[in-house]
Design a binder for this molecule. Structure first.
Ligand code: AHM
Ligand code: MG
Length: 336
């Protein structure tokens, strides 16, 4: 492994070999997603050069302004997955409803893909990291027919794989299956994602907390108490925990995965479900973090066990190093 480049393809083919009955369809979808992300990456890199930054004049279902790159990323993923033989349909944070692919190959495909094509898009015009988040489920509807809403409303425990691509100082694809979490860095000269972070593990403890502290005035008592705890001097560090917040979930969680810590977007007095979306953001990230040995909770329930009722549903989230997440939950339990 040390002196040979292991591409994403090499890696997934090797993983598939461990399961004699595997058909390779999941690997093929992953390859399609990585292709779409390379296309998005090219455009993200050009964002400062071409006149692509700006509002597209449309709003998405959450009433937020979409930027041009969001639309571009959404279309890149849909086009690639539509052509793929193994994807039966998609649901995207940018679209009101899921899309069923109805050609003869797609209706016989086993998998559906959900994605947030460009998360953290408010960071585009300041050149800060943004990302694509994706998840793959096995459909529950009958093969041979177009997919239905039930295929997209499965809880996170049913995930087959999930991942993200971070467009940062380098471009990385991190993906998780039940076998673990691995990170691949895009080698631009050959256009391949190459294994750079094998078997990623989350630290049990951490000393970084990440949340939008500007919302403090709206926070519930338990969140304020946890914040207070983070700002106290801690024995081991002889100082308070550090606060880091980019405002781009992919970037904040990528740091959390590598360095340990906690990321939270809690419910507050106004937004009882927080801000982040269960199916597009919280479930895939929870699956990755749990597969790396971390923990993810809504504060009262494991995120992956929340039964989705609608596609664009939001949930509060506390995610990261086990002991920090447990500590945050302990304040919620005390208040209850
Ligand atoms: P988006 O999907 O519209 O980009 O919003 C999601 C983003 C996350 O990446 C980030 O964690 C959060 O919104 C930041 O929200 P806030 O600006 O309220 O702190
Ligand atoms: Mg998002």
């Amino acid at each position: 492994m040390t002196n040979k480049l292991v591409t994403l393809d090499d890696f997934t083919i090797n993983q598939t070999r461990q399961f004699p009955k595997a058909t390779g369809q999941l690997s093929s979808i992953l390859r399609d997603i990585s292709l779409a992300c390379k296309i998005i990456n090219k455009q993200v890199n050009k964002a400062g050069l071409v006149d692509i930054i700006g509002q597209f004049g449309a709003t998405n279902i959450q009433g937020e302004e979409q930027m041009k790159l969001d639309v571009y990323a959404d279309e890149a993923l849909i086009n690639v997955l539509k052509r793929s033989e193994h994807c039966a349909g998609i649901a995207s944070e940018e679209n009101d409803d899921f899309v069923a692919f109805e050609d003869e190959f797609s209706v016989n495909s086993k998998y559906v893909v959900l994605f947030d094509p460009l998360d953290g898009s408010s960071n585009i015009d300041v050149n800060a990291p943004i990302g694509t988040i994706f998840s793959i489920y096995k459909r529950v509807s009958e093969l041979g027919q177009p997919v239905t809403a039930d295929d997209f409303l499965q809880d996170g425990t049913k995930l087959m794989a999930a991942g993200y691509v971070i467009y940062g100082s380098s471009t990385m694809l991190v993906y998780a299956t039940r076998l673990g979490v691995n990170g691949f860095t895009l080698e631009p000269s050959i256009g391949e994602f190459c294994l750079s972070h094998p078997d990623m593990q989350m630290k049990e403890d951490g000393n970084i907390y990440s949340l939008n502290q500007g919302n403090t005035i709206k926070f519930e008592e338990a969140t304020c108490q946890f914040l207070q705890y983070c700002m106290e001097e801690h024995k081991e560090e002889k100082r308070p925990y550090s606060h880091r917040y980019i405002g781009s979930m992919v970037a904040d969680l990528h740091r959390t995965l590598i360095k340990g810590g906690i990321f939270l977007y809690p419910a507050d007095k106004k937004n009882k479900s927080g801000k982040l979306r269960l199916q597009y953001e919280c479930n895939p990230m929870s699956f990755i973090v749990e597969a790396a040995g971390g923990m993810s909770s809504t504060g009262t329930q494991r995120v992956l066990e929340v039964q989705p009722i609608e596609l664009h549903q939001r949930v509060p989230i506390y995610i990261g190093s086990k002991n920090m997440v447990k500590k945050a939950i302990s304040f919620i339990e005390e208040q209850a």
